[in-house]
Design a protein around this ligand. Structure first.
Ligand SMILES: Nc1ncnc2c1ncn2[C@@H]1O[C@H](COP(=O)(O)OP(=O)(O)OP(=O)(O)O)[C@@H](O)[C@H]1O
Ligand SMILES: [Mg+2]
Length: 243
């Protein structure tokens, strides 16, 4: 089967002009994901994990390398050089991203955030309302918060909302940047349950995890990153592919 995502020799660096400093955030990264897989990334803080995810989602434009993605709408395309318009379409319909830190839209309530994500996919209002309620209930976001602005939410509440918003779209490819980092055990399990559900529905996932042990039974493969370079960890699971 052809890879859903195939990163080839990706590099990203930053120049801090005020300090006249050059930072290599990720160097010569190569990795692949087959359809339906759940692949984990681990590594020290500052090693370039988030940078790689941001390059796939095109929050960052890579300096060199290719990010081949097998799109439903556009066929095989290189996310490193695709047009902004294509990227916008992919973000709406195919690629989801749970960021490590939630950037909330001002004056948008929790309910609206999730609701809008569903409507963006082309679903009608009624369906969007039902799914929004299901998702907010699943993550046990206190009902008193549903119509409030997330700016004042706690870290864990923001994170749960962020995950709900990305997962409700059931994207083809979901990028997860430490989705369980600041959650208690109960909330972590809720995230895990949803990851399992999404896997069963065929969503392919690439996730950064601090403690991959928690996800180990779900994870097909693990990449370890050291000083901006990726290594395939020895353990490989191939027996739990669901489709
Ligand atoms: N926008 C940016 N401008 C300048 N430097 C950046 C930028 N983004 C990332 N970096 C640098 O690139 C390196 C890798 O950062 P990255 O966020 O990818 O690390 P990480 O592995 O996700 O770390 P953590 O586990 O702490 O989240 C760091 O040294 C960071 O300071
Ligand atoms: Mg990070």
């Amino acid at each position: 089967m052809e890879n859903l995502l195939s990163i080839e020799h990706l590099s990203k660096s930053f120049t801090l002009h005020n300090l006249e400093k050059h930072i290599s955030a990720a160097e010569d990264v190569s990795l692949y994901l087959k359809g339906g897989e759940f692949v984990g990334i681990t590594g020290k803080s500052g090693s370039g994990k988030s940078t790689v995810l941001k390059c796939i989602y095109r929050t960052y434009l890579p300096n060199s390398g290719h990010i081949w993605y097998q799109s439903e709408r556009f066929g095989r395309i290189d996310l490193a050089s695709a047009s902004e318009q294509v990227i916008i379409e992919l973000r709406k319909h195919e690629i989801g991203y749970v960021s490590q830190f939630l950037n909330v839209m001002p004056r948008t309530t929790a309910r609206e955030l999730v609701h809008n994500a569903i409507v963006e996919m082309g679903h009608d209002q009624e369906y969007a309302e039902q799914e929004t309620v299901k998702m907010l209930e699943h993550f046990e976001l206190d009902r008193s918060l549903w119509d409030s602005y997330p700016a004042t939410f706690s870290g864990g509440e923001k994170l749960r909302l962020n995950i709900a918003r990305a997962m409700v779209k059931r994207p083809r490819l979901l990028l997860l940047d430490e989705p369980t980092a600041s959650l208690d055990q109960g909330s972590k399990l809720k995230v895990k349950q949803l990851i399992e559900q999404l896997m069963a529905q065929g969503t392919t996932m690439l996730g950064i995890f601090h403690d991959l042990e928690f996800m180990e039974d779900l994870c097909n493969r693990e990449y370890r990153i050291q000083q901006g370079r990726f290594y395939l960890a020895e353990k490989q699971k191939t027996n739990i592919l669901l489709n």
